[in-house]
Design a protein around this ligand. Structure first.
Ligand code: SAH
Length: 341
C-alpha cells in the first residue's frame, strides 16, 4: 500500500533497494503519478509487478463524466467497503479537484445529501492524497479538451468535515504541498465551523484558504440548517475566522447554499454582507442542488440574482458559483446520492 506509507519512509516497502530506487518510487507516486504501476518505466519489472495490485488504496467503482468531459466524478471503494468520492472540474485556465476527507459525514446538515446518509469513518491521509494522485494520473493519461493537464486547485469540499478528521487532513495537506509541490494557496479547506480546528489550522505553516460554510446570518436560522451550530455558535466561528485571517493573511471565503424561502431574504443578504465586510471575506453563493431527502429547494433564478445584488449592495464581494455536475450527482451536497451508500 504505497500511499498508506509516509513518503519519507517508502524504503520500508523496498527492503534492500538502493536509495535512488526509493526516490524513483516517490516521484512516481507523488510527482508524476501513473494509473498503473506498469508505467513506472525506470523500476525493475519485478517491482512493478509487485506494486501492480496494490498501487491504489481503493478500486474505482464508478467513473461518470459530464459537461463534454470537463467534469468527472469518481466513486472509489476502499478494501473495507468505505465509499470515497472525488470530482474533477476542468476550466479554461485551471482544473479543480474536490476531494473527500471522510466516508460519509457526521454533521447532519439538513440540506446536504452526504450528511443525510450518516458517518462511516475517517479517511486516512493516504486515502486523501491518493484521490489527488489518481486525478493527476487520470488527467495526464486523458487530458481534458480545454483545460491544463495538471491538478491546479484542491478543495476539501467533497464528503466529510475536514476539521473533524484533523490529523489525517493535516498530513494530507503536508504531502500535497511538500511532496507533490502544489502551492498551499491553491488548497481550500471548507468547514461547517469546527472552531478548534480553525484555530489549529492557523498554527500550521501552510497558508491554505479557509472556506466557512455559513448559510445563515443568525444563530436561530443556522441551528435549523447546521446542527453543529449548537456547539459552536456564529460569534465563536466568526471570531475564529477573523483570527485565521489575521494569522495567515489569507482572505476567508463564506459559502452560502441558497435555499428558497429559507435564507434567500433581503434581510439575510444584508446581514451576510455586513459579516463579510467586517471579516473582509469573499462570499460564494451556491444555489441549492437537489438531494432526495432534503425539504429545501433552489430559489427561482430571479430570486437568486436579487439575493446576490443585495449582498453586493452592502459593499461585500460576492460570486455566484456555477454548479458543475448536477446530472451525475457530483455537485455540492450531492455526493453519496446515487452511489448506493
Ligand atoms: N463539511 C464541509 C465540507 C463539505 S461541503 C463544509 O460543510 O464546508 C462543501 C459545500 O457544499 C459546503 O459549502 C456545503 O454547504 C455545500 N452544500 C451542501 N449541500 C448542498 C446542496 N444540497 N446544494 C448546494 N450546496 C451544498
Amino acid at each position: 500500500m504505497p500511499y498508506a506509507t509516509d513518503p519519507d519512509a517508502l524504503g520500508a516497502l523496498l527492503p534492500g533497494e538502493p536509495r535512488y530506487r526509493i526516490d524513483q518510487l516517490r516521484e512516481w507516486l507523488y510527482l508524476h503519478p501513473v494509473l498503473d504501476a506498469e508505467q513506472m518505466t525506470n523500476l525493475p519489472l519485478s517491482l512493478r509487478r509487485d506494486l501492480a495490485d496494490r498501487l491504489w488504496p481503493f478500486r474505482v467503482e464508478a467513473e461518470r463524466t459530464t459537461d463534454d468531459g470537463a467534469t468527472i466524478k469518481w466513486l472509489f471503494r476502499a478494501g473495507d467497503g468505505a465509499a470515497i468520492e472525488a470530482v474533477l472540474m476542468g476550466y479554461p485556465h485551471r482544473t479543480t479537484l474536490c476531494i473527500s476527507s471522510q466516508a460519509g459525514c457526521a454533521m447532519a446538515c439538513t440540506f446536504c445529501a452526504t450528511g443525510q446518509f450518516g458517518f462511516d469513518r475517517h479517511l486516512t491521509a493516504g486515502e486523501i492524497v491518493a484521490q489527488v494522485a489518481y486525478a493527476a494520473a487520470h488527467l495526464r493519461a486523458n487530458p481534458m479538451p480545454r483545460s491544463p493537464a495538471r491538478v491546479g486547485n484542491v478543495v476539501f469540499m467533497g464528503m466529510g468535515e475536514p476539521l473533524a478528521n484533523y490529523p489525517n487532513v493535516r498530513e494530507a495537506i503536508r504531502r500535497i504541498v511538500e511532496v507533490m509541490g502544489l502551492s498551499a494557496r491553491s488548497i481550500t479547506v471548507s468547514t461547517v465551523g469546527v472552531t478548534p480546528g480553525i484555530d489549529r489550522l492557523a498554527t500550521e505553516p501552510w497558508p491554505v484558504t479557509l472556506a466557512l460554510s455559513l448559510h445563515a446570518a443568525d444563530d436561530h436560522l443556522r441551528e435549523t440548517l447546521v446542527p453543529l451550530n449548537h456547539r459552536y455558535p456564529l460569534d465563536h466561528i466568526l471570531a475564529a475566522a477573523a483570527r485565521f485571517r489575521a494569522e495567515k493573511g489569507r482572505r476567508v471565503t463564506l459559502e452560502w447554499t441558497l435555499m428558497s424561502e429559507v435564507n434567500d431574504t433581503p434581510d439575510q443578504a444584508r446581514a451576510l454582507g455586513a459579516i463579510a465586510r467586517e471579516l473582509r471575506a469573499h462570499v460564494n453563493v451556491i444555489p441549492m442542488n437537489p438531494t432526495p431527502l432534503a425539504p429545501q429547494k433552489r430559489p427561482p433564478k430571479a430570486r437568486i440574482d436579487q439575493f446576490v445584488d443585495e449582498v453586493r449592495r452592502t459593499g461585500a464581494t460576492v460570486t455566484l458559483r456555477d454548479t458543475r455536475g448536477i446530472e451525475i450527482d457530483a455537485a455540492c451536497g450531492q455526493l453519496r446520492v446515487s452511489s448506493g451508500g
